[in-house]
Design a protein around this ligand. Structure first.
Ligand code: FAD
Length: 461
Protein backbone atom coordinates (compact mmCIF):
# COMPACT_ATOMS: atom_id res chain seq x y z
CA UNK A 1 0.00 0.00 0.00
CA UNK A 2 1.34 3.45 -0.84
CA UNK A 3 1.61 6.11 1.86
CA UNK A 4 -1.27 8.59 2.16
CA UNK A 5 0.70 11.80 2.47
CA UNK A 6 -0.38 15.23 3.80
CA UNK A 7 -4.02 16.33 3.84
CA UNK A 8 -3.54 17.96 7.28
CA UNK A 9 -3.11 14.67 9.17
CA UNK A 10 -4.15 11.06 9.61
CA UNK A 11 -6.25 12.17 12.60
CA UNK A 12 -8.18 14.77 10.63
CA UNK A 13 -8.66 12.54 7.59
CA UNK A 14 -10.26 9.89 9.81
CA UNK A 15 -12.86 12.33 11.17
CA UNK A 16 -16.30 12.59 9.57
CA UNK A 17 -16.63 15.46 7.09
CA UNK A 18 -17.93 18.60 8.80
CA UNK A 19 -19.70 21.37 6.88
CA UNK A 20 -17.61 24.53 6.75
CA UNK A 21 -18.54 27.31 9.14
CA UNK A 22 -19.44 30.59 7.42
CA UNK A 23 -16.61 33.07 6.93
CA UNK A 24 -16.91 36.62 8.27
CA UNK A 25 -18.72 38.86 5.78
CA UNK A 26 -18.91 42.53 6.68
CA UNK A 27 -18.09 44.35 9.92
CA UNK A 28 -19.05 43.07 13.36
CA UNK A 29 -18.64 43.96 17.03
CA UNK A 30 -17.86 41.53 19.85
CA UNK A 31 -16.50 41.76 23.40
CA UNK A 32 -13.55 39.49 22.58
CA UNK A 33 -11.98 38.47 19.27
CA UNK A 34 -9.67 35.43 19.21
CA UNK A 35 -7.42 34.73 16.23
CA UNK A 36 -6.88 31.03 15.50
CA UNK A 37 -9.15 28.02 16.07
CA UNK A 38 -6.58 25.56 17.33
CA UNK A 39 -6.44 24.25 20.88
CA UNK A 40 -5.22 27.66 22.18
CA UNK A 41 -7.92 29.77 20.59
CA UNK A 42 -10.65 27.32 21.55
CA UNK A 43 -9.42 26.78 25.12
CA UNK A 44 -9.20 30.58 25.48
CA UNK A 45 -12.84 30.80 24.37
CA UNK A 46 -13.68 27.97 26.78
CA UNK A 47 -12.00 29.61 29.80
CA UNK A 48 -13.53 33.02 29.04
CA UNK A 49 -17.07 31.72 28.68
CA UNK A 50 -16.64 29.46 31.69
CA UNK A 51 -15.91 32.56 33.79
CA UNK A 52 -18.41 34.89 32.06
CA UNK A 53 -21.08 33.03 30.08
CA UNK A 54 -22.59 36.23 28.65
CA UNK A 55 -19.41 37.38 26.86
CA UNK A 56 -19.77 37.84 23.10
CA UNK A 57 -16.75 35.97 21.71
CA UNK A 58 -15.72 35.43 18.09
CA UNK A 59 -12.96 33.11 16.84
CA UNK A 60 -11.48 33.92 13.43
CA UNK A 61 -9.78 30.96 11.72
CA UNK A 62 -7.83 31.33 8.47
CA UNK A 63 -8.51 27.72 7.40
CA UNK A 64 -10.60 25.18 9.32
CA UNK A 65 -10.90 24.29 13.01
CA UNK A 66 -7.83 22.21 13.97
CA UNK A 67 -6.07 22.85 10.66
CA UNK A 68 -2.83 23.85 12.44
CA UNK A 69 -0.67 21.86 14.84
CA UNK A 70 -3.70 21.08 17.00
CA UNK A 71 -5.09 18.70 14.40
CA UNK A 72 -1.70 17.21 13.54
CA UNK A 73 0.17 16.54 16.78
CA UNK A 74 1.28 13.34 18.49
CA UNK A 75 -1.60 13.44 20.97
CA UNK A 76 0.49 13.58 24.11
CA UNK A 77 -0.98 15.40 27.05
CA UNK A 78 2.32 15.88 28.82
CA UNK A 79 3.57 17.47 32.03
CA UNK A 80 6.61 18.85 30.22
CA UNK A 81 7.13 22.59 30.65
CA UNK A 82 8.09 24.11 27.28
CA UNK A 83 11.54 25.69 27.17
CA UNK A 84 14.27 26.28 29.66
CA UNK A 85 13.17 26.09 33.28
CA UNK A 86 16.25 28.02 34.43
CA UNK A 87 14.99 31.03 32.45
CA UNK A 88 11.58 30.94 34.12
CA UNK A 89 13.31 30.60 37.50
CA UNK A 90 15.05 33.94 36.85
CA UNK A 91 11.61 35.59 37.15
CA UNK A 92 10.39 37.42 40.29
CA UNK A 93 9.15 34.26 42.01
CA UNK A 94 12.31 32.27 41.38
CA UNK A 95 12.28 28.48 41.77
CA UNK A 96 8.86 28.55 43.45
CA UNK A 97 7.37 29.91 40.22
CA UNK A 98 8.73 26.97 38.23
CA UNK A 99 7.30 24.55 40.77
CA UNK A 100 3.90 26.22 40.37
CA UNK A 101 4.26 26.00 36.60
CA UNK A 102 4.95 22.29 36.92
CA UNK A 103 1.88 21.88 39.11
CA UNK A 104 -0.21 23.81 36.56
CA UNK A 105 0.96 21.46 33.79
CA UNK A 106 0.14 18.36 35.84
CA UNK A 107 -3.27 19.78 36.73
CA UNK A 108 -3.78 20.65 33.05
CA UNK A 109 -3.56 16.98 32.06
CA UNK A 110 -6.26 16.06 34.54
CA UNK A 111 -8.42 19.04 33.60
CA UNK A 112 -8.37 18.38 29.85
CA UNK A 113 -9.46 14.78 30.39
CA UNK A 114 -12.09 15.89 32.93
CA UNK A 115 -13.57 18.54 30.60
CA UNK A 116 -13.69 16.04 27.73
CA UNK A 117 -15.49 13.52 29.95
CA UNK A 118 -17.93 16.14 31.26
CA UNK A 119 -18.88 17.00 27.68
CA UNK A 120 -18.93 13.40 26.42
CA UNK A 121 -16.04 14.03 24.03
CA UNK A 122 -14.65 10.66 22.93
CA UNK A 123 -10.99 11.76 22.69
CA UNK A 124 -9.48 8.26 23.21
CA UNK A 125 -7.78 9.45 26.41
CA UNK A 126 -5.62 6.90 28.21
CA UNK A 127 -3.28 7.76 31.08
CA UNK A 128 -0.65 5.20 30.10
CA UNK A 129 2.43 7.28 30.90
CA UNK A 130 5.47 8.15 28.81
CA UNK A 131 8.37 5.74 28.51
CA UNK A 132 11.60 7.51 27.49
CA UNK A 133 14.20 5.01 26.31
CA UNK A 134 17.96 5.33 25.89
CA UNK A 135 19.84 3.12 23.44
CA UNK A 136 23.25 4.70 24.05
CA UNK A 137 25.26 5.21 27.23
CA UNK A 138 25.23 8.97 26.63
CA UNK A 139 21.44 8.76 26.39
CA UNK A 140 21.32 6.99 29.77
CA UNK A 141 23.46 9.76 31.28
CA UNK A 142 21.12 12.39 29.81
CA UNK A 143 18.12 10.65 31.34
CA UNK A 144 19.76 10.60 34.77
CA UNK A 145 20.46 14.32 34.44
CA UNK A 146 16.92 14.95 33.19
CA UNK A 147 15.37 13.20 36.17
CA UNK A 148 17.56 15.15 38.60
CA UNK A 149 16.53 18.40 36.88
CA UNK A 150 12.85 17.40 36.90
CA UNK A 151 12.93 16.78 40.65
CA UNK A 152 14.94 19.95 41.25
CA UNK A 153 12.30 21.97 39.36
CA UNK A 154 9.39 20.63 41.37
CA UNK A 155 8.19 17.49 39.61
CA UNK A 156 6.82 15.22 42.37
CA UNK A 157 8.79 12.00 42.90
CA UNK A 158 5.69 9.97 42.00
CA UNK A 159 5.68 11.62 38.56
CA UNK A 160 9.02 10.25 37.31
CA UNK A 161 10.62 6.84 37.69
CA UNK A 162 14.05 5.59 36.61
CA UNK A 163 14.02 2.17 34.91
CA UNK A 164 16.71 -0.31 33.97
CA UNK A 165 16.55 -2.14 30.64
CA UNK A 166 14.54 -5.07 32.03
CA UNK A 167 12.01 -2.70 33.59
CA UNK A 168 11.72 -0.78 30.30
CA UNK A 169 10.97 -4.05 28.50
CA UNK A 170 8.10 -4.69 30.90
CA UNK A 171 6.39 -1.65 29.33
CA UNK A 172 7.63 -1.78 25.71
CA UNK A 173 10.25 -4.18 24.39
CA UNK A 174 12.37 -1.68 22.46
CA UNK A 175 15.33 -3.33 20.74
CA UNK A 176 18.76 -2.33 22.08
CA UNK A 177 17.51 -0.39 25.08
CA UNK A 178 19.93 0.35 27.95
CA UNK A 179 17.63 2.18 30.36
CA UNK A 180 14.80 4.64 30.60
CA UNK A 181 12.54 6.96 32.50
CA UNK A 182 8.82 6.76 32.93
CA UNK A 183 6.46 9.69 33.43
CA UNK A 184 3.20 8.06 34.57
CA UNK A 185 0.98 11.14 34.13
CA UNK A 186 1.35 11.47 30.35
CA UNK A 187 -1.96 10.77 28.67
CA UNK A 188 -2.59 9.71 25.10
CA UNK A 189 -5.41 11.39 23.19
CA UNK A 190 -6.66 11.75 19.64
CA UNK A 191 -5.95 15.46 18.99
CA UNK A 192 -8.42 15.89 16.13
CA UNK A 193 -11.25 14.61 18.29
CA UNK A 194 -10.27 17.03 21.07
CA UNK A 195 -9.97 20.14 18.91
CA UNK A 196 -13.18 19.46 17.02
CA UNK A 197 -15.02 18.67 20.23
CA UNK A 198 -13.78 21.88 21.83
CA UNK A 199 -15.22 23.85 18.91
CA UNK A 200 -18.60 22.24 19.51
CA UNK A 201 -18.43 22.97 23.27
CA UNK A 202 -17.74 26.68 22.82
CA UNK A 203 -20.28 27.03 20.02
CA UNK A 204 -22.91 25.56 22.32
CA UNK A 205 -22.04 28.44 24.68
CA UNK A 206 -22.70 31.00 21.94
CA UNK A 207 -19.16 31.55 20.66
CA UNK A 208 -19.11 32.32 16.91
CA UNK A 209 -16.39 30.62 14.84
CA UNK A 210 -15.71 31.96 11.35
CA UNK A 211 -13.63 29.60 9.20
CA UNK A 212 -11.74 30.69 6.06
CA UNK A 213 -11.31 34.09 7.73
CA UNK A 214 -7.72 35.24 7.93
CA UNK A 215 -6.81 38.18 10.15
CA UNK A 216 -4.64 40.46 8.04
CA UNK A 217 -3.93 43.02 10.73
CA UNK A 218 -4.38 43.13 14.48
CA UNK A 219 -4.53 46.46 16.28
CA UNK A 220 -5.95 47.60 19.60
CA UNK A 221 -9.70 46.88 19.53
CA UNK A 222 -9.69 46.07 15.81
CA UNK A 223 -9.01 43.03 13.62
CA UNK A 224 -8.96 43.41 9.85
CA UNK A 225 -9.81 40.60 7.45
CA UNK A 226 -10.26 40.68 3.67
CA UNK A 227 -14.05 40.79 4.00
CA UNK A 228 -14.74 42.74 7.17
CA UNK A 229 -13.45 44.39 10.32
CA UNK A 230 -14.09 43.05 13.80
CA UNK A 231 -14.23 45.59 16.61
CA UNK A 232 -13.62 44.14 20.07
CA UNK A 233 -12.37 45.56 23.35
CA UNK A 234 -10.09 42.53 23.70
CA UNK A 235 -8.12 40.84 20.89
CA UNK A 236 -6.22 37.61 21.63
CA UNK A 237 -3.72 36.15 19.16
CA UNK A 238 -3.54 32.35 19.35
CA UNK A 239 -1.75 31.48 16.12
CA UNK A 240 1.38 29.71 17.55
CA UNK A 241 3.70 28.56 14.71
CA UNK A 242 1.75 30.70 12.24
CA UNK A 243 2.21 33.91 14.25
CA UNK A 244 5.03 35.44 12.17
CA UNK A 245 2.86 37.57 9.85
CA UNK A 246 0.91 39.08 12.79
CA UNK A 247 3.60 39.19 15.50
CA UNK A 248 6.85 39.56 13.53
CA UNK A 249 8.97 36.86 11.95
CA UNK A 250 11.77 37.24 14.51
CA UNK A 251 9.46 36.86 17.52
CA UNK A 252 8.58 33.20 16.90
CA UNK A 253 9.47 30.71 14.17
CA UNK A 254 7.61 27.72 12.74
CA UNK A 255 9.68 24.58 13.37
CA UNK A 256 8.53 21.57 11.42
CA UNK A 257 7.62 18.23 12.96
CA UNK A 258 6.61 15.22 10.87
CA UNK A 259 4.65 12.11 11.74
CA UNK A 260 3.91 8.72 10.23
CA UNK A 261 1.36 6.08 11.23
CA UNK A 262 1.93 2.40 10.56
CA UNK A 263 -0.50 -0.26 9.42
CA UNK A 264 -2.72 -1.70 12.15
CA UNK A 265 -0.77 -4.20 14.24
CA UNK A 266 -2.47 -7.42 15.34
CA UNK A 267 -2.87 -8.35 19.01
CA UNK A 268 -0.15 -10.94 18.47
CA UNK A 269 2.24 -8.27 17.14
CA UNK A 270 1.53 -5.92 20.06
CA UNK A 271 2.23 -8.82 22.42
CA UNK A 272 5.51 -9.58 20.61
CA UNK A 273 6.79 -6.04 21.21
CA UNK A 274 5.32 -6.07 24.70
CA UNK A 275 3.50 -2.76 24.15
CA UNK A 276 0.45 -3.61 26.20
CA UNK A 277 0.04 -0.71 28.60
CA UNK A 278 -0.49 2.09 26.05
CA UNK A 279 2.57 4.05 27.19
CA UNK A 280 3.58 6.90 24.90
CA UNK A 281 7.14 6.27 23.73
CA UNK A 282 10.03 8.68 23.20
CA UNK A 283 13.80 8.41 23.26
CA UNK A 284 16.85 10.19 24.60
CA UNK A 285 18.44 10.86 21.21
CA UNK A 286 19.28 14.46 20.33
CA UNK A 287 17.08 13.86 17.27
CA UNK A 288 14.38 12.36 19.45
CA UNK A 289 11.18 10.65 18.38
CA UNK A 290 7.76 10.59 20.07
CA UNK A 291 5.15 7.91 19.50
CA UNK A 292 1.79 6.65 20.67
CA UNK A 293 -0.22 3.48 20.26
CA UNK A 294 -3.36 4.76 18.56
CA UNK A 295 -6.84 3.67 19.59
CA UNK A 296 -7.19 1.86 16.25
CA UNK A 297 -3.98 -0.14 16.76
CA UNK A 298 -1.25 1.73 14.87
CA UNK A 299 2.05 3.21 15.97
CA UNK A 300 1.97 6.95 15.25
CA UNK A 301 5.53 8.25 15.51
CA UNK A 302 6.96 11.71 15.00
CA UNK A 303 10.31 13.43 14.67
CA UNK A 304 11.98 16.36 12.98
CA UNK A 305 12.95 15.62 9.32
CA UNK A 306 13.39 18.96 7.55
CA UNK A 307 13.30 21.27 10.57
CA UNK A 308 12.75 24.72 9.11
CA UNK A 309 11.79 26.38 5.84
CA UNK A 310 13.52 29.54 4.64
CA UNK A 311 11.75 32.75 5.77
CA UNK A 312 9.50 30.87 8.19
CA UNK A 313 7.50 28.86 5.65
CA UNK A 314 4.70 26.86 7.25
CA UNK A 315 4.29 23.97 4.83
CA UNK A 316 0.59 24.19 4.00
CA UNK A 317 -1.32 20.95 4.06
CA UNK A 318 1.44 18.84 5.55
CA UNK A 319 2.95 16.94 2.63
CA UNK A 320 6.02 15.13 3.97
CA UNK A 321 9.24 14.45 2.03
CA UNK A 322 10.11 10.81 1.27
CA UNK A 323 13.41 11.20 3.11
CA UNK A 324 11.60 12.09 6.34
CA UNK A 325 9.19 9.16 5.99
CA UNK A 326 12.20 6.90 5.51
CA UNK A 327 13.95 8.39 8.56
CA UNK A 328 10.97 7.61 10.81
CA UNK A 329 10.42 4.19 9.20
CA UNK A 330 14.05 3.31 9.89
CA UNK A 331 13.70 4.19 13.59
CA UNK A 332 10.59 1.97 13.75
CA UNK A 333 12.46 -0.95 12.15
CA UNK A 334 15.40 -0.46 14.55
CA UNK A 335 13.18 -0.36 17.61
CA UNK A 336 10.75 -3.12 16.58
CA UNK A 337 12.57 -5.51 14.20
CA UNK A 338 10.21 -8.39 15.01
CA UNK A 339 7.06 -6.80 13.53
CA UNK A 340 6.00 -5.31 10.21
CA UNK A 341 5.84 -1.53 10.77
CA UNK A 342 4.94 -0.56 7.21
CA UNK A 343 3.94 3.10 7.12
CA UNK A 344 0.51 3.95 5.70
CA UNK A 345 0.11 7.64 6.59
CA UNK A 346 2.45 10.65 6.75
CA UNK A 347 1.89 14.28 7.60
CA UNK A 348 3.72 17.32 8.96
CA UNK A 349 2.98 20.52 10.83
CA UNK A 350 4.67 23.44 12.51
CA UNK A 351 5.10 24.33 16.14
CA UNK A 352 5.94 27.80 17.43
CA UNK A 353 9.45 28.20 18.84
CA UNK A 354 10.76 31.34 20.52
CA UNK A 355 14.52 31.98 20.67
CA UNK A 356 14.91 30.19 24.01
CA UNK A 357 11.97 27.76 23.50
CA UNK A 358 10.02 29.37 26.36
CA UNK A 359 6.29 30.13 26.29
CA UNK A 360 5.02 33.68 26.38
CA UNK A 361 1.60 34.76 27.65
CA UNK A 362 0.90 38.44 27.59
CA UNK A 363 -2.02 40.82 27.98
CA UNK A 364 -1.90 44.61 27.92
CA UNK A 365 -5.01 46.09 29.60
CA UNK A 366 -4.43 49.49 28.02
CA UNK A 367 -4.61 48.19 24.43
CA UNK A 368 -6.71 45.07 25.07
CA UNK A 369 -4.18 43.01 23.07
CA UNK A 370 -2.96 39.62 24.27
CA UNK A 371 -1.31 36.44 23.08
CA UNK A 372 -0.33 32.94 24.14
CA UNK A 373 2.39 31.24 22.10
CA UNK A 374 5.77 29.51 21.99
CA UNK A 375 4.87 26.01 23.16
CA UNK A 376 7.88 24.45 21.40
CA UNK A 377 6.18 21.18 20.58
CA UNK A 378 4.63 20.70 24.02
CA UNK A 379 1.36 22.48 23.36
CA UNK A 380 -1.39 19.97 24.03
CA UNK A 381 -1.39 20.58 27.80
CA UNK A 382 0.15 24.06 27.51
CA UNK A 383 -2.65 25.31 25.24
CA UNK A 384 -5.05 24.57 28.10
CA UNK A 385 -2.94 25.96 30.96
CA UNK A 386 -1.41 29.00 29.22
CA UNK A 387 -4.76 30.19 27.88
CA UNK A 388 -6.15 29.91 31.41
CA UNK A 389 -3.49 32.50 32.31
CA UNK A 390 -4.44 34.56 29.24
CA UNK A 391 -8.19 34.42 29.90
CA UNK A 392 -7.80 35.38 33.57
CA UNK A 393 -5.58 38.32 32.58
CA UNK A 394 -8.04 39.44 29.89
CA UNK A 395 -10.87 39.35 32.44
CA UNK A 396 -8.84 41.47 34.86
CA UNK A 397 -8.69 38.68 37.44
CA UNK A 398 -5.85 38.01 39.87
CA UNK A 399 -5.48 34.24 40.12
CA UNK A 400 -2.55 31.83 40.59
CA UNK A 401 -2.52 31.51 36.78
CA UNK A 402 -1.95 35.23 36.21
CA UNK A 403 1.40 35.15 37.98
CA UNK A 404 2.88 31.99 36.45
CA UNK A 405 6.40 32.65 35.09
CA UNK A 406 5.30 32.51 31.43
CA UNK A 407 3.14 35.62 32.00
CA UNK A 408 5.00 38.58 30.55
CA UNK A 409 7.95 36.38 29.59
CA UNK A 410 9.74 37.70 26.52
CA UNK A 411 12.47 35.78 24.71
CA UNK A 412 15.08 37.60 22.68
CA UNK A 413 14.52 37.81 18.92
CA UNK A 414 15.52 35.22 16.37
CA UNK A 415 18.29 36.23 13.98
CA UNK A 416 17.35 37.68 10.56
CA UNK A 417 17.52 35.50 7.45
CA UNK A 418 19.63 33.88 6.11
CA UNK A 419 21.39 33.51 9.49
CA UNK A 420 18.19 32.03 10.98
CA UNK A 421 17.83 29.32 8.33
CA UNK A 422 21.55 28.50 8.47
CA UNK A 423 21.54 28.40 12.28
CA UNK A 424 18.51 26.11 12.64
CA UNK A 425 19.75 23.71 9.97
CA UNK A 426 23.25 23.68 11.45
CA UNK A 427 21.80 22.95 14.88
CA UNK A 428 19.84 19.93 13.64
CA UNK A 429 22.79 18.68 11.58
CA UNK A 430 24.96 18.89 14.72
CA UNK A 431 22.31 16.95 16.68
CA UNK A 432 22.33 14.19 14.01
CA UNK A 433 26.12 14.00 13.99
CA UNK A 434 26.18 14.01 17.82
CA UNK A 435 23.81 11.00 17.92
CA UNK A 436 25.97 9.07 15.44
CA UNK A 437 29.18 10.05 17.24
CA UNK A 438 27.92 9.01 20.68
CA UNK A 439 26.75 5.66 19.35
CA UNK A 440 29.97 4.97 17.42
CA UNK A 441 32.25 6.02 20.28
CA UNK A 442 30.14 4.45 23.00
CA UNK A 443 30.30 7.85 24.76
CA UNK A 444 29.23 7.79 28.37
CA UNK A 445 28.07 11.41 28.33
CA UNK A 446 26.75 13.98 25.87
CA UNK A 447 29.51 14.81 23.41
CA UNK A 448 30.68 18.38 22.82
CA UNK A 449 28.85 18.54 19.48
CA UNK A 450 25.55 17.79 21.20
CA UNK A 451 26.27 20.39 23.89
CA UNK A 452 27.21 22.96 21.25
CA UNK A 453 23.99 22.31 19.31
CA UNK A 454 22.00 22.76 22.52
CA UNK A 455 23.64 26.13 23.14
CA UNK A 456 23.14 27.20 19.51
CA UNK A 457 19.47 26.25 19.80
CA UNK A 458 19.09 28.41 22.90
CA UNK A 459 18.07 25.43 25.00
CA UNK A 460 20.70 26.06 27.70
CA UNK A 461 22.18 28.97 29.57
C1 FAD B 1 3.60 17.06 14.14
C2 FAD B 1 3.42 17.69 15.50
C3 FAD B 1 3.39 16.88 16.63
C4 FAD B 1 3.19 17.43 17.89
N1 FAD B 1 3.05 16.60 18.96
C5 FAD B 1 2.73 17.12 20.17
C6 FAD B 1 2.42 16.27 21.26
O1 FAD B 1 2.34 15.05 21.13
N2 FAD B 1 2.19 16.84 22.47
C7 FAD B 1 2.21 18.19 22.64
O2 FAD B 1 2.03 18.66 23.77
N3 FAD B 1 2.42 19.03 21.60
C8 FAD B 1 2.65 18.53 20.37
N4 FAD B 1 2.83 19.36 19.30
C9 FAD B 1 2.62 20.79 19.51
C10 FAD B 1 1.14 21.14 19.61
O3 FAD B 1 0.43 20.50 18.59
C11 FAD B 1 0.94 22.65 19.50
O4 FAD B 1 1.77 23.32 20.42
C12 FAD B 1 -0.50 23.08 19.76
O5 FAD B 1 -1.38 22.33 18.99
C13 FAD B 1 -0.64 24.56 19.43
O6 FAD B 1 -2.01 24.89 19.42
P1 FAD B 1 -2.41 26.34 18.96
O7 FAD B 1 -3.86 26.41 18.95
O8 FAD B 1 -1.66 27.35 19.75
O9 FAD B 1 -1.84 26.46 17.47
P2 FAD B 1 -2.36 25.78 16.14
O10 FAD B 1 -3.01 24.50 16.40
O11 FAD B 1 -1.23 25.78 15.17
O12 FAD B 1 -3.50 26.74 15.65
C14 FAD B 1 -3.25 28.02 15.11
C15 FAD B 1 -4.42 28.33 14.19
O13 FAD B 1 -4.34 29.69 13.80
C16 FAD B 1 -4.76 29.79 12.47
N5 FAD B 1 -4.23 31.04 11.93
C17 FAD B 1 -2.93 31.32 11.67
N6 FAD B 1 -2.82 32.60 11.22
C18 FAD B 1 -4.07 33.11 11.22
C19 FAD B 1 -4.60 34.38 10.86
N7 FAD B 1 -3.82 35.38 10.43
N8 FAD B 1 -5.94 34.57 10.96
C20 FAD B 1 -6.76 33.58 11.42
N9 FAD B 1 -6.29 32.36 11.77
C21 FAD B 1 -4.97 32.13 11.67
C22 FAD B 1 -4.19 28.54 11.81
O14 FAD B 1 -4.87 28.23 10.60
C23 FAD B 1 -4.38 27.51 12.90
O15 FAD B 1 -5.58 26.80 12.77
C24 FAD B 1 3.06 18.85 18.03
C25 FAD B 1 3.12 19.67 16.91
C26 FAD B 1 3.29 19.10 15.65
C27 FAD B 1 3.33 20.00 14.45
Amino acid sequence: MSVVNGGVSFWMREQPTEPERAPLRGDATFDIAIIGAGMSGLWAAYHLTEAQPDLRVVVLEAERVGWGASGRNGGWLSQLIPGNRVKYAAGPEGAAGVTRLQQAMLAGITDVVRVAAEHDLPIDAHRGGNLVVATTKAGVARLHARMAADLHHGLPTASVQSLDSAQVAEHIDVHGVLGGLRYPDVTRINPAKLVRGLARIVEARGVIIHERTRATSVQPRRVETADGIVSAATVLVCTEGYSGPLMGARRIIPVNSSMVATRRLSDDEWARIGWAGLDCLSDAAHTFIYAQRTADGRIAIGGRGNPYRFRSGTGGNGHTPEATIELLSTRLREYFPSVDTTVEHAWSGVMGVTRDWCTSVSFDPTTGLGHSLGYAGHGVTTAYSATKSLADLALGLHTPHTTLPWVGYRSRSWEPEPIRWTGVHTMYRLFRVADAWEEWRGSTETCWLGRMAGHLAGLHG
